[in-house]
Each structure stands twice: as structure tokens, then as C-alpha cells.
Design a binder for this molecule. Structure first.
Ligand SMILES: *[C@@H]1O[C@H](CO)[C@@H](O)[C@H](O)[C@H]1NC(C)=O
Ligand SMILES: *[C@@H]1O[C@H](CO)[C@@H](O)[C@H](O)[C@H]1NC(C)=O
Ligand SMILES: *[C@@H]1O[C@H](CO)[C@@H](O)[C@H](O)[C@H]1NC(C)=O
Ligand SMILES: *[C@@H]1O[C@H](CO)[C@@H](O)[C@H](O)[C@H]1NC(C)=O
Ligand SMILES: *[C@@H]1O[C@H](CO)[C@@H](O)[C@H](O)[C@H]1NC(C)=O
Length: 559
């Protein structure tokens, strides 16, 4: 106080008396950096996020070498290295029905001279449920000789399915530079259901631009897939694929022409699935990267389809983002809106392939202002960036973003370089270690609270939990939403497994308890960890971490 001059006091008093301005969205830079490029991120407990990177010359050290895995502590904003055996570069993953996080696939090579790095292409990495808020004693389990995928997969996708196991889709056998020239044209499961992978026509039909296929578990248990400009529904139980309409206007939406895709919120009673796909590139994928440019505009197109017979007959509905974006991210908010973040206005994913790369970046003109997509608004009025802040940190290739149980977005990574590349004059897109959150306005006001929840919830059950509702939100007719969410595994402009299921809910007349009805079965919400948010008039609570279903390990056969 001593340092404030007397003349400032009236001004401070005036500021204190002024009506508080409505809180807005904010970027918040964390005091600690990630130590590795967080190109993959997944929330694994109410307070912990696992980051994965490539095995390279990262500053963060573990034992006697650079780390390529780490745990981020959300409350403390601190980072702890994880010691991995296999190279997790360009892997996928998800939580399964017993709460374990399973990471699959990765790079065949180490990028630094460290003899202990083992190939990641067939890797299965298990992070068991971690009760310690700081992650003490929690590690990644790997046993590459005995526990591995059936097929080699770099750039695969994965999703938790109706029985709580993981389905793993596509990828490439080796590390090629740009297109998928040595494809894994198959699906497999973890834990395995059979001895051989299942061949896929869809993956063949979507070559050569089909890395990190965008895949979704539909509420009838089937799997919807988008890769390149193609789409398909796969029936796991019948082992059949049904081709669906192409994305219109030749827009390709998977790596190296990444758009992003998201399953829009599912609502009772019918849980009608709709998928939104945004960004990517209209480029002909017969053109080799030597003839492409970092300055080629990406696509602004968003395409949306309703996955019912009538919706499929109608095909994709087209709308446009406010700008072109390659490598955008689409992420759920607890109120059902979708955040559109990250990416570049021009160019492509992958590293140092186009002749006019910016340093090593195949893309340029980072988009620094996110937008919001409101699924319930009318066509043409769904996308806006009003009130959203602009960042000064490019988040392009190899960046990640995830909704946290606190209700804000954790943002890290970006590294379009073949190695760790420190910031230096003349380097426009270095390896980005700075960590931010993007905080919605509700982080700065009094929020509803879910005071307690059972650890496990059954399907099709009415559940009553104690809540506290601030008086500011206790108005008759307030909009009450309760969402059951999988926060997804963020890697390469896609959130594997991300899901929002709204639940019918009422708040008691005294405002002290909330009663909601859980989804009818594991097809609507595959059994496994979930975060429950209560939102009143767009003000969301912190999330409550629960287990949907028995918490048992997944079966090894179809039941
Ligand atoms: C990455 O850097 C390490 C050491 O700094 C070097 O040995 C390695 O060759 C580099 N890898 C690539 C792909 O540039
Ligand atoms: C680290 O130590 C282990 C065990 O002593 C050794 O096998 C490995 O080669 C060392 N790695 C490096 C990068 O020096
Ligand atoms: C999808 O891409 C393929 C291969 O480039 C092309 O033949 C087909 O016409 C495209 N579909 C649409 C709807 O543009
Ligand atoms: C680039 O385009 C030129 C002219 O169309 C063609 O001759 C050449 O083969 C192309 N090169 C690659 C690598 O695609
Ligand atoms: C979860 O299931 C997987 C697959 O069976 C198994 O490897 C893992 O150890 C299990 N974790 C727990 C906590 O049971």
C-alpha cells in the first residue's frame, strides 16, 4: 500500500464504486511451462492431465534423458515428467470402462540418440486410475514385448465403444512424410476381441488423406467415421460398413489436410446424433507436397449431418466459419456450445514438406481468436467470435486443447518442427512450451456447485445429489442443463472419445438438490469415466468426476 501515491486513492475509490463490467472470456498464461510439447492431452482425474510428445531433445528431464510424457496438475499449474519406454509421437487414446487411460500407437523412431527409446507403432500405454491429486506414485505401464497392438499404427484414432473397450482405427505402418502411403487399413480392439485386425474398405476409399480418422460412437452402438472427404457407418456387431455421402465441395478433413469433427450434444429422449466437421482443405490430394504451398487458403466450410435415415438422405448442410482454418479444434462446452479454436488460415499439417515452409511449418497465418458455435441456432447464425479474446501465442501443428473438470480449457503445445526448437529471433513457429487456459465468463462469477455425487452411477437411473445455487441464479424459469461428458483425448485437431450427453434434470423447490436421469445404456454413453456439469443460465459448475457403469474392465468378446 505504501507505494500507492495519495493522488491515486480517489481514482481507486471511483473504480471500486463503478458497477462491475460483465465478465468476459480471458486467456490466462500459466507461470510454469510444459517442458515437453503437449501435442496430446487427456484429463485422467479431477486434477491431472497427461501430456504426450515425441521422444526428442525436450528440456524436461526424467532420469538421465529428455522426457516425452508428463503430468499437468490443474490446481497447482505444475508439471511432473513421466518416464516412457515407447515413442508416443502421434498416438491416440481414451479412457476405458475401468477408468484406465489407454494410449495406442506412435512413431517407429526415436528422434534423439537415446538407446532406451522403443518404437511406438504397436505400443499400448496404460495409465491406471490415479487417486493422488498430485499424481504421486502414478506411472505409465508398458510391456512392449507382451502387450502390443496387432498392427503397426502411426496416426491412428481410437474411441471407447458400448462395451467400454477401445476401438482403434487406421493409421500408417511407418513414418511417411505427408500422405498415408503405407496404410493400416483395419480396425482392432483393446482389450483384443480377436487374433487379427478387421479389414476396412472405408479406410481404403479415403486414401491417401486419411490419417487420424474422425470417429464417433453413435447412440445405437455403431461407429460413424469421417476421413478425407468420405464418411461411413461401421456396425461392430455385424462387421459391415455402409458408405455415407461425401463431404461437399471436395473439402478434405483429415491429416495432412486436417479439419476437425465433433459429435454434437445428444439429448433425451431420442439422442439423435449429429456430427459437425469444420475446416480442412479443398486441395486435390493427388498433388504432391512439392507442388503445394504454405500460403494456400484452407477451407472455412463447416458441414453438418444428422445420422438418421432422413438426415442421411438429406446429406451434409454447409455453413462457414469466420475464417479459413486448417487444424482447428472443436471442443464441447458444458452448455452444449462448441468452441472453435487453434489452427492456421493457410497451408497444411505435417512438417517441412512444402517448398515455401515457414521455417519448418507447412502452414501459416495462425488464427488467434476462437469462435463459438451454437448448435441450436439457425443456419447462418451459429458462429460468432463476439466477446472472445485474441491470444498472442500461435497454436498450430502439434498443439492440444481440452475442457477441464474446472470448466475452462487447457491449451498447450504447437511444434511444426522435427525436434525441440527453442524460440529464437527469426523463428516464427518454435516449439511452444507456454501453457494457457481459456476461461469462460462463468469462471469469474458465483457458480452453482454439485456438492457430492456417488462414485459410480448406473444406467437409466434417477439420481438425486445435493447442490448449492447462488442467489444470482435462483430465478424462476432459469435454464437448467446437466451434461454428462467425456472430455476426450486431444491429438492432431481431434478429440477422440469426446462426448456430451444431456440428462433430464430438475432442481428441488428449495434449491438444495438436483435430480437427473442417467442415459439409458452404454450405447448412449459408453461405460467409463464421466464429468457431470450443472449449468444454470449458461453459468456452469465445476465438474463432478464419476464412473458410469460398473467400473469393471472391458470384456474381451462381444457380448
Ligand atoms: C534432433 O536433435 C538431436 C540432438 O539435438 C539430433 O541428434 C537429431 O538428429 C535431431 N533429429 C532430427 C529429426 O532433426
Ligand atoms: C540412461 O541410463 C540407462 C540405465 O543406466 C542406460 O541404459 C541408458 O542408455 C541411459 N540413456 C542415456 C540417454 O544416456
Ligand atoms: C471426394 O474425393 C474424391 C477423390 O478425390 C473425388 O473423386 C470425389 O468426387 C470427391 N467427392 C466430392 C463430393 O467432391
Ligand atoms: C508438380 O507440378 C508439375 C507441373 O504440373 C509436374 O510436372 C510435377 O510432376 C509436379 N511435381 C510433383 C512432385 O507433384
Ligand atoms: C483395465 O482394463 C485393462 C484391459 O483389460 C487392463 O489392462 C487394466 O489393467 C485395467 N485397469 C484396472 C484398474 O483394472
Amino acid at each position: 500500500m505504501k507505494s500507492i501515491s495519495l493522488s491515486l486513492i480517489p481514482l481507486l475509490a471511483a473504480l471500486a464504486n463503478a458497477a462491475p463490467s460483465a465478465p468476459g472470456w480471458r486467456f490466462d498464461l500459466k507461470p510454469v511451462n510444459s517442458g515437453i510439447t503437449a501435442l496430446e492431452s487427456i484429463v485422467v482425474s479431477p486434477n491431472l492431465v497427461v501430456f504426450f510428445d515425441r521422444a526428442s531433445n525436450n528440456p524436461l528431464q526424467v532420469k538421465n534423458h529428455s522426457a516425452w510424457g508428463a503430468l499437468w496438475n490443474l490446481q497447482e499449474s505444475t508439471v511432473t515428467p513421466l518416464d516412457l519406454l515407447t515413442n508416443s509421437f502421434c498416438a491416440s487414446g481414451a479412457l476405458i470402462s475401468n477408468g484406465s487411460m489407454i494410449s495406442v500407437g506412435g512413431d517407429p523412431n526415436g528422434f534423439v540418440n537415446n538407446p532406451t527409446i522403443q518404437p511406438g507403432t504397436q505400443a499400448i500405454r496404460i495409465f491406471e486410475p490415479c487417486a493422488s491429486p498430485t499424481g504421486e506414485g502414478c506411472t505409465v505401464f508398458e510391456d512392449p514385448a507382451n502387450l502390443h497392438l496387432l498392427e503397426k499404427r502411426w496416426y491412428p484414432s481410437s474411441v471407447r465403444i458400448f462395451d467400454g473397450s477401445l476401438m482403434i482405427v487406421g493409421g500408417m505402418h511407418t513414418d511417411a512424410d505427408f500422405y498415408n502411403i503405407d496404410p493400416a487399413l483395419s480396425f482392432e480392439f483393446f482389450p483384443p476381441k480377436e487374433d487379427a485386425p478387421r479389414p476396412s474398405e472405408f479406410l481404403k476409399r479415403s486414401l491417401p488423406t486419411n490419417l487420424f480418422p474422425r470417429i464417433f460412437a453413435l447412440p445405437d452402438g455403431k461407429i460413424f467415421m469421417v476421413a478425407n472427404n468420405r464418411s461411413s457407418i461401421y456396425d461392430i456387431e455385424a462387421n459391415t460398413e455402409t458408405a455415407l455421402p461425401d463431404i461437399p465441395n471436395g473439402v478434405r478433413v483429415t491429416n495432412p489436410m486436417d479439419g476437425s469433427a465433433i459429435l454434437l450434444p445428444l439429448s433425451p429422449p431420442d439422442f439423435v446424433p449429429e456430427v459437425l466437421v469444420c475446416g480442412g482443405s479443398q486441395t486435390d490430394d493427388r498433388i504432391q507436397p512439392a507442388n503445394l504451398s504454405s500460403q494456400k487458403p484452407a477451407s472455412s466450410q463447416c458441414s453438418r449431418i444428422t445420422l438418421t435415415p432422413e438426415g442421411i438422405a438429406k446429406g451434409w448442410e454447409v455453413e462457414h466459419m469466420l475464417e479459413t482454418r486448417t487444424m482447428p479444434e472443436l471442443v464441447h462446452l458444458p452448455n452444449g456450445q462448441v468452441l472453435i479454436a487453434h489452427g492456421s488460415r493457410t497451408g497444411f499439417a505435417a512438417i517441412a514438406q512444402v517448398p515455401d515452409a515457414i521455417g519448418n511449418s507447412n502452414s501459416d497465418h495462425a488464427v488467434l481468436t476462437p469462435s463459438l458455435y451454437t448448435p441450436t441456432a439457425r443456419l447462418g447464425q451459429r458462429i460468432s467470435n463476439a466477446g472472445l479474446p485474441t491470444s498472442n501465442i500461435a497454436r498450430i501443428y502439434h498443439s492440444s486443447i481440452t475442457l477441464t473438470p474446472q470448466g475452462n480449457f487447457l491449451i498447450a503445445g504447437s511444434n511444426p518442427n522435427p525436434n525441440f526448437t527453442a524460440p529464437a529471433p527469426g523463428i516464427k513457429f518454435p516449439s511452444e512450451l507456454r501453457v494457457q487456459t481459456l476461461d469462460p465468463p462463468f469462471m469469474f462469477v458465483e457458480r452453482p456447485k454439485i456438492l457430492n455425487t456417488p462414485e459410480k452411477l448406473g444406467f437409466g437411473k434417477r439420481v438425486t445429489v445435493p447442490v448449492s445455487i447462488p442467489s444470482s441464479l435462483s430465478r424462476p424459469g432459469a435454464k437448467v442443463q446437466v451434461s454428462l461428458m467425456d472430455l476426450g483425448f486431444s491429438s492432431h485437431a481431434f478429440h477422440s472419445g469426446a462426448r456430451l450427453v444431456f440428462m433430464d434434470a430438475t432442481i428441488s423447490r428449495d434449491g438444495k438438490s438436483l435430480t437427473f436421469t442417467t442415459p439409458p445404456n452404454g450405447r448412449v454413453y459408453p461405460p467409463g469415466p464421466a464429468t457431470i456439469f450443472l449449468t444454470i443460465d449458461d453459468v456452469s459448475s465445476e465438474g463432478a468426476w464419476v464412473m458410469m457403469g460398473s467400473g469393471n474392465s472391458p470384456p474381451t468378446a462381444l457380448e
